[in-house]
Design a protein. Structure first.
Length: 468
């Protein structure tokens, strides 16, 4: 009997990860005006990792983290749990700064997967981390063409341990219906997002960093961050707000809050896992234009995500993760498209969140020496690992600027100091994003039915217009 989303599917409530792990107890809001050496705005992965590495490197620093809701309320507590080596903008950085510079950036991302795994272990953060790599599959001829090109591009940037697999070897790992090939990299791990971010927040606090929750920052200016409860003045103010950046005064068009949605199944019984495989618990993705991402959780569910409704007019964000029933149904269709034997499996939870997208789709790290303002983000959905690299880079930039350190390999990476123009005003922003993803979905539909080996022209045009 086919199961469909019903009232038993929890919708919203931040995410399944918090329903599973528990929402952390609240920390006190900012009690009034205060000062610090460093003020970090945003209590997600970027902000917390930045505070962690700064405090480790310079224990004397007085660091304050300001979070609008609670640490991990945003993408850090809602993502797909993909710790992997993808980074937004690498190809553009190769064009701007040369292939060698972009290759150094890629190698830094490869190393970041190990950095997160090792640091979590050293700090006693149990985040259900399993290092099974990343498997990306193709199930149409056009997807297979893109997959081979993607594999060749990744190996050209120095990823010599990546493996290209045919249909039989792909099925030996995960039995995705109709899969004709895949590419696998060891530079990836599955994790439980909420366990990582709550563990990191506790670790940072134990180091002596002050965290104030329920403290929305309304405006960032040189050497100060304003909130309804008071102003924090600091020589350095670091913006680590990713998809929630448009909520800040003057930042409405800086980064677009792109929506992504997820579902998680009920626990899958052993007899059904026999029809799927997935014993390696790789992160699983595909080569569709409107791509999916999935993991096999520690308790043997499948958590699967995709774009859903891509953008809300006026850069609005969701209400505590609630997503549209049509999106839940669409993600369930992807699940059963991949694994037909799961047609009767219930959907336990559905939710959504936002990620930050710059106009040129390039992740960046910047510290403005004249104002003391720094920022990192624009990860375009690859933030679980990238946030860690960004945080270590912010640390090095700040220590260098304050005379406590020198230039490092990280401060010379090509994404440092990258500037990008703002997004178009409404309604052009909304129309553009809606049209873009409608084009991608239509291209996927036509590639599935036409069975030709070339990417559909609709998607090629959409990529050009988007500047990807």
């Amino acid at each position: 009997m086919r199961s469909t989303p019903t009232s038993r599917t929890t919708n919203g409530g931040i995410s399944f990860w918090y329903a599973d792990h528990g929402t952390p107890g609240p920390r006190e809001p900012l009690p009034g005006d205060t000062t610090a050496d460093v003020c970090v705005v945003g209590g997600g992965y970027t902000g917390l990792w930045t505070a962690y590495y700064l405090k480790k490197a310079a224990p004397h620093l007085d660091i304050t983290v300001l979070e609008a809701a609670f640490c991990g309320y945003g993408a850090s507590g809602r993502n797909g749990g993909w710790l992997y080596n993808g980074i937004a903008g690498r190809d553009r950085y190769a064009r701007l700064h040369g292939r060698e510079a972009a290759t150094r950036l890629q190698h830094a991302m490869n190393d970041t997967v190990t950095e997160v795994v090792d640091t979590a272990a050293a700090e006693g953060i149990d985040a259900d981390i399993h290092r099974g790599g990343v498997l990306e599959v193709a199930y149409t001829p056009a997807q297979l063409t893109r997959l081979r090109a993607f594999h060749a591009a990744e190996t050209a940037f120095g990823e010599k341990d990546r493996v290209l697999l045919g249909a039989r070897d792909t099925a030996a790992r995960v039995k995705v219906a109709g899969a004709v090939g895949s590419t696998w990299t060891p530079h990836g791990a599955r994790l439980h997002p909420a366990k990582l971010v709550t563990g990191l927040a506790d670790t940072v606090e134990a180091l002596g960093v002050t965290i104030h929750e329920s403290t929305p920052v309304t405006e960032i200016a040189p050497r100060r961050a304003r909130t309804p409860y008071g102003t924090v003045r600091a020589p350095y103010v670091l913006r680590c707000t990713e998809g929630f950046t448009p909520n800040l005064k003057g930042q409405k068009r800086s980064w677009l809050p792109m929506n992504s949605s997820m579902i998680v199944t009920d626990p899958v019984p052993a007899h059904l896992w026999e029809t799927i495989g997935w014993d390696g618990r790789e992160n699983l993705g595909d080569m569709a234009h409107a791509y999916m991402y999935a993991q096999r959780t520690a308790d043997d569910r499948i958590a699967l995500g995709g774009r859903g409704v891509p953008y809300r007019f006026g850069s609005r964000t969701d209400n505590d993760g609630r997503t549209q029933p049509a999106t839940v149904a669409a993600l369930r269709a992807v699940l059963t498209r991949f694994f037909p034997t799961l047609a009767g499996t219930g959907i336990a939870h559905a939710w959504s969140g936002v990620l930050g997208v710059p106009r040129d789709w390039c992740a960046t790290v910047t510290l403005d020496r004249s104002t003391g303002l720094g920022w990192a983000g624009g990860y375009v959905g690859s933030g679980v690992a990238t946030a860690n690299l960004a945080a270590r880079t912010l640390r090095d930039l700040l220590l260098q600027d304050s005379g406590q350190g020198a230039a490092t390999a990280l401060t010379t990476l090509p994404w440092v100091g990258h500037r990008v123009r703002k997004w178009e005003p409404e309604p052009f922003r909304w129309l553009g994003v809606q049209t873009l993803y409608a084009a991608y979905r239509e291209a996927d539909r036509r590639e599935l039915t036409a069975r030709t080996a070339t990417t559909h022209p609709i998607a090629t045009l959409a990529n050009r217009i988007a500047g990807r």
